[in-house]
Design a protein around this ligand. Structure first.
Ligand code: AMP
Length: 189
């Protein structure tokens, strides 16, 4: 089964994806993690991406679609994936649809983790403290920019999937376990 976890930065996409990996053996494809790995490896792409990520902007659709296409074609992806952080634009969603059609696979659900945005600043500050500031984009200034980019570029992806009847919403203000239970119910439906 292939699903998308959708929501603004700090909604809990990564946390819920990790739970699905642990509980159901699904495969997580996090574009943010892939970009951070490229940065850590010091590749040319990583150098370019770091600047963009630190500003809170989006990496280009071409690069992101290419990155996901490569991973979707891998053996590990064949039993189903959790897309975490992709698609982030309508163009990426359209490219994903085409890719999946060409591969003869389906997208089962798009799970929107809905959150109260005022709470995100506190969450991101908490994550920065817990991870020792490992993510250079986890601070109030960059978060404000990432939220602006979310509203302008990423939120328009929601009506795209709503029109396909794939959009399901969970309450991201509930506890991690409650959100996880809501997601499990959707996956079982
Ligand atoms: P994340 O870990 O998902 O919050 O992603 C961190 C940053 O990586 C984002 O703020 C973007 O700069 C970049 N990024 C991750 N996924 C994408 C994507 N699908 N499209 C464009 N940029 C992305």
């Amino acid at each position: 089964m292939n699903i998308i976890l959708f929501g603004p930065p700090g909604a809990g996409k990564g946390t819920q994806a990790e739970k699905l990996v642990a509980d159901k053996g699904m495969v997580q494809l996090s574009t943010g993690d892939m970009l951070r790995a490229a940065i850590a490896a010091g590749t040319e792409l990583g150098l370019k991406a770091k600047e963009i990520i630190d500003r809170g902007d989006l990496v280009s659709d071409d690069i992101m679609v290419g990155m996901i296409q490569e991973r979707m074609a891998s053996d590990e992806a064949q039993s189903g994936v959790i897309l975490d952080g992709f698609p982030r634009t309508v163009a990426q969603a359209e490219a994903l649809d085409k890719m999946m059609t060409d591969m003869g696979i389906d997208l089962a659900h798009v799970v929107e983790i809905k959150v109260d945005e005022a709470a995100l600043f506190a969450r991101i500050e908490k994550r920065a403290a817990e991870t020792g500031g490992e993510r250079s984009d986890d601070n109030a200034d960059v978060l404000a920019k990432r939220l602006k980019v979310y509203h302008e570029n990423t939120a328009p992806v929601l009506p795209y999937y709503e029109a396909q009847g794939k959009l399901k919403t969970v309450n991201g203000m509930d506890s991690i376990d409650e959100v996880s239970q809501q997601i499990n119910e959707i996956l079982a439906s």
